[in-house]
Structures are given as C-alpha cells and as structure tokens.
Design a binder for this molecule. Structure first.
Ligand code: PRX
Length: 633
C-alpha cells in the first residue's frame, strides 16, 4: 500500500489536485495496487441526476483474496487479530493471517454446505468475537451478501431487516456478554424468526453456554459444522459492481433502509483511507472500538485494516467493565499504537475522572481517532492531554454508512489540527456547502448544508430493493449533488467542521436514530394516541431523546405509563433508542395544516423556553404554555 501513501502535506495537496482534475487517472493508479482477475474497462461512469454509478466496471475480483491470501506469502505468521474478551482474566485469542485464511475458508464451506450461493443474503447477529469477522469474510469469499445487524437490536428490528433483504441464513451465538450482563441472543433470533419465512438455517456459535432452545430442523451448531470443513475455498470471482454487503441505517422517514455497497470501489476506498488517515506502519497495533454491527466496524475493523495487512485488536466488552480504566488497560497490555473511538465514550470516561487513567502509561500510543459524532472542544482537549499526552495527532474522521469510508479527516501527523474540526477533504472528495435553496455558498468562513459533488469509489450504490428511495433521499434535495444530511461550517482556512444533522435524524451516543422510528415505536403502546420526538443536547451522549406523548384516555399513573413506553421502545427497536425524557401532554403544537412545529419542541427540550420565535401560526397557542410548564428537566 506504500504506493499510495501520502507522506507530507505537499503530497496531499498534489494528490488532491490530481483527484479533482483527473479523477479517473487518480483512482485508476490507486486501483492498480490490488489483485484483480480482470482489470476494468472504465474507472468511473456516473450520473447523480438519475442516480447511477459504476466504479471499475468490467473488472472482477474477490475482496477476501486482497484481505487475506495475497498477504500469506510474506505474512502468514503475522497477527491479524488479537481478541480481548469481555472478562479481563480470560485468555486472549490470537489469530494469524494463515489462521484467518483457514477459518474464513471453513466458514465459507460451511455456508456452501447449508446451501448458500452467490448473491444470497446472510444475516449476521453476533457479539464482538472473531467469528463475526470470519462470517462476514466467508460471505464475501463465496459471493454471498452479508447483512450484519448490531446485536443490541430487538427481535422486531432484526426481523424487519431479515425480511427486507430475504436472508436465507442467520449466523448468531447462544449468548453475548456486555460487562456484567449476559444476554440470550438466540432467544431474540427465535422470536424474530417467527415472522421470517425466508430463513432456512440458523448457524449457532457456542459462546456463553447459556441454555437455548434448539430447533433441530433449522439450527446447526457452529462447532458441529465449521471445524469439519476444508480449510481451502476458492474465492468466487465477483464483478466490481456486485454487491458486497447491505447495512441498515436510519433516515428521517420510515423504516431503516438497507445501504448497499459494491465490491471493487469499496475495497479501493477503504484501503486508501485506512492507510492515509491513520498512517499505519508495519509493526503497529491498531484498535478500533466500534462494533462490527456498524459501518465503522465494517470498514475500519474488518476490510480496511486487513486490506493493508494490519494487526488489530478486537474487543468484546464495554469501556466501563470491570471499571472505567478498561480501555487504557487494554492499550498498555497490547501496546496499542492507533486507538479509534467515539466522542461519547471519551466524554463518559472523562466524567468518571482521571483516577481510572493515571495507573496506565499509554506510552505506546501514536495516533488517536474519533468517529460517529461531532467531538466537542472540551472532550477533544481531554483526549489530547490525558490519553495522547499531547504527542498523538487526533484524526476526527467524518463519514457515514452511505459513504462507506472516511471523507473528511486530517491525515495523522500530516494535516495541521484544529480541535473539533474534521479539517480537510480526502483526495477524491469534493465537498460543497449549499443554502436551503441549493445555491452554492462560496468562499470561506461560511456555513451551510454539506453536499458532495463528485462520486468516490465507496459511495452508496442503492438502498436494497428500492432504488427510488435512494434517489429521493440523497440525490433529489439538491440538483446534481449527494446530500449528506449534515450541517457544516468552513473556516477561513477552508477547514470543515460538521455541526450535526439538519434533518430529523438524531445522533445518540454516536448511534443514528430517526425521530420517526422512535415515534412509531412509542405509538405502538395501547394508551398512546400520538407522539413527537426530538433530540436535545446531552453531556455524555451528545444528544438525548425527548419524547412528547399524548395519551388522553389513560387512567394510569404517569410514572407507570412512562416505564411502559420505555419498555415498548426497547422491545421494538432496542435499548439504544430508549427516550431519556418523556413528557405526557394533552396536545402538540401544530400549524393549521396539521404539521407539528418541531422547532418549538426542540427549543423546549433544550430548555430555551423564552426564545420560541413566532408561534402565531399555531392552531392552539395554549399548548405551548402547557408544554413549557411541564418540561422535563
Ligand atoms: O452526522 C454525522 C455523524 O454521524 C452521521 C453518520 O452516521 P452513521 O451512518 O451511523 O455513521 C457513523 C460512523 C461513520 C453523519 O451524518 N458523524 C460521523 N462522524 C462524524 C460525525 N459528525 C461529526 N464529526 C464526525 N467525525
């Protein structure tokens, strides 16, 4: 990967210039660094108008051959992953590139045995164990499409996702651990499958040895199938534009949509960005704390690092178990050089005090990363001072499930940093700020809606089964532009600072959740007639969830009703979407045409009650007084 490594800011400037002036030559040169069975006929073919994009069309490849096989000649004994259990006294599992190869091939052969063919969808619902990575790579090996569902989602959410993409197989485990909690994952899968006719088999990894229901017709133990398979599996020849995976994410309307990524472009872009953003070197130990259920886990735990032959830590547990020093202890234990986490974790650990940090040296660290939400200046400085000891660059990486890889970020040690700024676009990325009418906001020291005007190799291809939805969501708001949904500032030096979502999507502890999704879960409660959900600033989570709920006929005590509503949201979405504050109200501020004025609800939730702006268009202004007076603090 050294052929496309940027080493200085001058090289960055040159690469950026070339990527804009000659994008095809630029990306074509980078793509030459991978193994292809056949090279492309054309580097890129695209239209944002009637959205259609193809990268490296005509080429064929297998991403797992690039992630694993091609490293074997020189790196068979090098470590690909060090797995750290939830329990600190449990031994690590160390997986070399050769072992990874063997495990992935065996898992791939097991999937074939179960009837999985190229193009079939496989749902993965697993905790953070190496088998999660084996499973995703096994799918990619045989051309099956993986759809990973974060193992904190409820049975209803899992079922919705399985149904949407007609998955044939589910891979899960008996249970999972999160700190001192043990969760029966298989029960969740069983419940989800009551409404999923497409699933033929469930492959179950025995992890926690919790008692589960075993359905002999459908369920197969991993240990009774996978270890018996051959450790060789010829990689399937995939077209560059064949689907690699589907990953569901929330939007401002409706149910989560399946973001589709394609093999060739995703491979090129995740490797390019991993190398350049993190400046990973041979011998370094990289650790990304995300879960493989999110896009960060796909691109920067599995694919990006493996494509570059890196050694990574995978951690099963949570930052606060057995105590709030766990992250720092793991860094010292494995001599981690690159540490990539989310601002919400930094803020939570900051709040628990330096006593948990001071026992650790942290002197192996070279680069720190941040992802998932804006990092506030205070958290940035705490991270820089107490973890990086003011000698590690912080790469604040801005990107999205739809972008597949990092789009705006410093290059570690190369780009001059500015706290809470994602700084500059990576080569190949052409950001543009527009006003609400879509006019370009030129110049510096400005603010607007962030769009991108030229495709990059790992851009979303479609939303699974509904291309129209993809076009509508990302390419119809502004003419000929990809709209990110984020607001953004550009400072006097052209540095970008993401200010947060400008649509009805919340960012709760780095997790993306649509207000509409939470509302429809709340509305499932029998006593609820209507609800409105907004995000509000939260010290640790970045944003918290504030729900206004109308339940006119209930005689229940409000405290009981609120508990029941929270349980309902847990059941339908999962604990990550549970409202922090619920206010029972008799009405919502609506315009005469029946539209909820969310602006007012946001202001009240933020506590800015004396600054509600014009409320003269409201159908019933009295509602505002009631809402203000009953605000949950
Ligand atoms: O609002 C932005 C925020 O997270 C959103 C994307 O969420 P998701 O698709 O779940 O992917 C998260 C991991 C890439 C964006 O629209 N976001 C992500 N990274 C940053 C960020 N906001 C500010 N700064 C970041 N570094």
């Amino acid at each position: 990967m050294e052929n496309f490594r940027i080493n200085t800011i001058e090289e960055y400037n040159q690469a950026y210039k070339k990527s804009v002036e000659q994008p095809e030559a630029f990306w074509g040169d980078i793509a030459e660094n991978f193994l292809w069975y056949k090279k492309w006929d054309k580097v890129v073919d695209w239209s944002f108008k009637d959205y259609n994009v193809k990268w490296f069309d005509g080429a064929s490849l297998n991403i797992t051959e690039n992630c694993i096989d091609r490293h074997l000649a020189s790196k068979a004994k090098d470590i690909a992953f060090i797995w750290e259990s939830n329990f600190e006294d449990k031994p690590n599992r160390v997986i070399t590139y050769q072992q990874l190869h063997n495990e992935v091939c065996k898992t791939a052969n097991a999937l074939k045995y179960l009837g999985v063919k190229k193009g079939d969808r496989v749902c993965i619902y697993l905790p953070m164990i190496p088998e999660a990575v084996y499973s995703m790579l096994a799918c990619a090996r045989i051309g099956a499409i993986h759809s990973i569902v974060f193992a904190g989602f409820s049975a209803t959410s899992l079922s919705d996702r399985i149904q949407d993409s007609d998955c044939k197989i589910v891979i899960t485990s008996d249970g999972s651990y999160r700190g001192d909690k043990s969760i029966n994952l298989k029960n969740v899968v069983d419940e989800a499958l009551e409404t999923c006719a497409s699933v033929q088999h469930v492959l179950v990894y025995e992890h926690t040895k919790i008692k589960i229901n075993f359905n002999n017709d459908k369920d197969i133990w991993w240990h009774e199938l996978v270890p018996l398979q051959e450790a060789i599996c010829e990689p399937e020849k995939m077209k560059s534009e064949d689907v690699l995976f589907i990953l569901y994410t929330s939007g401002s309307t409706g149910k989560p949509k399946g973001v589709v990524h394609a093999c060739g472009g995703y491979m090129v872009y995740t490797a390019y960005t991993f190398t350049n953003v993190f400046q990973y070197n041979e011998g370094d130990i990289y650790w990304c704390t995300a879960d493989v259920g999110w896009v960060t886990g796909h691109s920067y735990i599995t694919y990006g690092p493996l494509l570059c032959g890196a050694t990574s830590v995978i951690f099963e547990g949570v930052p606060t178990y057995p105590d709030a020093g766990r992250f720092w202890k793991i860094i010292d234990k494995h001599k981690v050089t690159h540490f990539y986490t989310a601002p919400t974790a930094i803020r939570a650990l900051e709040a628990l005090g330096l006593d948990f940090v001071s026992p650790y040296k942290l002197n192996s660290l070279k680069v720190l990363g941040s992802v998932g939400e804006p990092i506030n200046e205070e958290a940035w400085h705490w991270y820089n001072k107490n973890i990086g000891k003011e000698k590690c660059p912080i790469v604040d990486t801005w990107w999205q499930t739809e972008t597949g890889g990092i789009l705006i970020s410093p290059l570690a040690g190369i780009t001059k940093l500015k706290p809470s700024y994602a700084t500059l676009p990576l080569p190949g990325i052409q950001p543009i700020l527009v006003d609400d009418k879509g006019n370009e906001i030129k110049g510096n020291h400005v603010e607007g809606n962030l769009c991108i005007k030229y495709p990059w190799p790992s851009i979303i291809r479609t939303t699974y089964g509904d291309h129209e939805r993809c076009k509508q969501t990302y390419f119809s708001t502004y003419h000929n532009l990809y709209f990110t949904g984020d607001g953004c500032k550009r400072d006097q030096n052209g540095y970008y600072r993401i200010t947060g979502r400008v649509d009805d999507v919340m960012n709760i502890s780095g997790h993306r959740i649509g207000t509409a999704e939470v509302e429809s879960a709340i509305n499932m409660h029998v006593d609820v007639v209507e609800s409105a959900v907004v995000g509000y600033p939260h010290d640790i989570k970045g944003q918290g969830i504030y729900a206004y709920v109308i339940a006119p006929s209930t005689t229940k005590d409000h405290a009981i009703l609120i508990k029941e509503i929270i349980a309902e949201v847990n059941k339908i979405i999962g604990p990550i979407a549970k409202p922090d504050k619920i206010q029972i109200v008799s009405g919502l501020p609506k315009t005469r045409s029946g539209k909820i004025m969310r602006r007012i609800l946001r202001k009240v939730a933020e506590g800015d009650v004396n600054n509600l702006g014009d409320i003269s268009t409201l159908l019933d202004p009295n509602v505002v007084e009631e809402i203000k007076n009953g605000r949950v603090k």
